[in-house]
Design a protein around this ligand. Structure first.
Ligand code: DMJ
Length: 489
């Protein structure tokens, strides 16, 4: 329950529910957050949910709780510093034993790539607020190890794609499993967002993100589905090229975040014209392509909801592939190369030739395996609908969001209060799990609310949302701080 309160503190503020916020903030400030139990707390989860939640609530709050919330964020961050300080490489060890205050890897596990690379927005903002560079430097050290060590940029051999584990003793990637879902997802998200967070002053991150997107994801993983021609991203095991590369059409719901990230990176969060002829006047060919990819991936994610009996997506789908990925990438390259620099010479109609599956037709473009049929109330699809609505102003994102919202209302809402995860989205009514993850209040519901609110609430060119939907203001590093922190250029 504690984690739900922390994750939802800023939701109460965004919704202007002062009564709930005050009650929750009192619990947090008056000792609810004890952190003494003999348990191993995950560094990443604590950073994104607890530190991220406290920092965002601190920023949004203008009441007497403001300073108390920041103090708690500092307290939690300090407790978790040994994960960075006692790591041989600087890559954070995955857990902290709260009672002992020491870093530990239960079962000798490697650190997950997404986890080690998804603490930066929170720790950098904490340094900005406190003036203490230690948080920033702990987080930025991770980037130094990955891109600037004696071996150079460790992501280059795999065209910017990253394996899902890192050894914290050596700082090296482990294995050759590549995907945008679990254990790698927010690696790409935080590359794009670190560039946005400091107002474009560290272009290094944008360049790494673009390299990963164009040389890695687009060239090796992008595919279209049969029969509708929906875009999706594959998973890869083994060497990225040549014999031994094994690709699967598995797609975690988690991957749906990437549509929002691509749209943000392409536009820096600014509204662009809906009409493509006008749009091309404000975006470059590369940005047009990135926004196109974002829109098409969001459509695929919507179809993951629409093509089930409950109108809710499963945790994982297996797409039916239409044609080989080389031709998918080539088709895009050809189109956008033609488009680059030519002004309003016409939108690529060929890419719009999607076949609409009929209302009520189920599992047309993908299969769902028996073990993957659950729905955990995850936010990623609605997150992307929200970002794309703000950026394009296309009403379809609100329509899609509304349909998904109504399905949650119909099947996940618990009459006595709260919402529940479901065991099987293909059965009506779906069997319930009696569990509500903290991210439902922290992320999913907040994204729904923002999808239907005014653009002036948390504008995307002034805020960067951490991976748990905690909005943090975009800032510029002061010259004084700049002298004290590791800078990536
Ligand atoms: C959230 O905790 C975060 O978005 C994280 O990055 C991965 N997924 C969950 C919600 O699905």
């Amino acid at each position: 329950m504690g984690i739900t309160i922390l994750d939802a503190l800023d939701t109460a503020l965004v919704l202007k529910n002062e009564t709930i916020f005050k009650k929750a903030a009192k619990w947090v400030i008056d000792g609810g957050l004890s952190m003494n139990a003999d348990v191993n707390a995950n560094v990443f989860e604590t950073t994104i949910r607890v530190i991220g939640g406290l920092l965002s609530a601190h920023h949004l709050c203008d009441g007497p709780e403001k300073e108390g919330l920041l103090k708690q964020a500092v307290r939690v961050a300090d407790k978790f510093m040994p994960a960075y300080e006692t790591s041989k490489s600087g890559i954070p060890i995955n857990s902290i034993n709260l009672a002992k205050g020491i870093a530990t890897s239960p079962g000798g596990q490697f650190s997950s790539t997404a986890e080690a690379t998804t603490v930066q927005l929170e720790l950098k903002y904490l340094s900005h607020l406190t003036g203490d560079p230690k948080y920033w430097n702990a987080a930025q050290k991770v980037s130094q190890v990955l891109y600037k060590g004696p071996q150079g940029d460790k992501t280059r051999p795999n065209d910017g794609l990253v394996p899902i584990y890192i050894n914290p003793d050596t700082g090296d990637f482990v294995g050759s499993e590549f995907r945008l879902g679990s254990r790698a997802d927010s690696y790409y998200e935080y590359l794009a967002k670190q560039y946005l967070q400091t107002n474009g002053t560290e272009p290094f991150f944008r360049d790494e993100y673009r390299f990963a997107l164009h040389k890695g994801i687009k060239a090796h993983l992008l595919m279209r589905s049969a029969p509708s021609g929906l875009l999706y991203i594959r998973e890869l095991m083994g060497p990225i090229k040549g014999e031994g590369a094994r690709k699967v059409d598995k797609f975690d719901h988690l991957v749906c975040y990437v549509a929002g990230t691509m749209a943000l990176a392409a536009t820096k969060g600014k509204r662009v014209p809906l009409d493509p002829v006008e749009r091309v006047k404000v975006l470059s060919g590369v940005e047009m392509e990135e926004l196109y990819l974002a829109e098409e991936l969001a459509r695929s994610c919507y179809e993951m909801y629409r093509q089930t009996a409950t109108g809710l997506a499963s945790e994982i789908v297996f797409w039916r592939p239409a044609k080989d990925e080389v031709s998918t990438a080539k088709e895009l390259d050809k189109t956008w190369a033609r488009f680059e620099g030519k002004g309003n010479t016409g939108f690529p109609r060929a890419l719009e030739g999607l076949k609409e599956s009929k209302e009520g037709e189920l599992l047309v473009d993908f299969d769902i395996h028996a073990l993957d049929r659950h729905n955990l109330l995850r936010p990623e699809a609605v997150e992307s609908f929200f970002v794309l609505w703000r950026i394009t102003g296309d009403e379809k994102y609100r329509e899609w969001g509304w349909r998904v919202f109504r399905s949650f209302e119909q099947w996940s809402k618990v009459p006595s209060g709260g919402y529940t995860s479901l065991n099987d989205v293909l059965i009506v009514p779906p069997p319930a799990r009696d569990k509500m993850e903290s991210f439902f209040l922290g992320e999913t519901l907040k994204y729904f609310y923002l999808l239907f609110s005014e653009d002036s609430i948390l504008p995307l060119d002034k805020y960067v949302f951490n991976t748990e939907c905690h909005p943090l203001p975009i800032f510029e590093v002061t010259p004084e701080m700049r002298k004290k922190v590791i800078w990536m250029d």
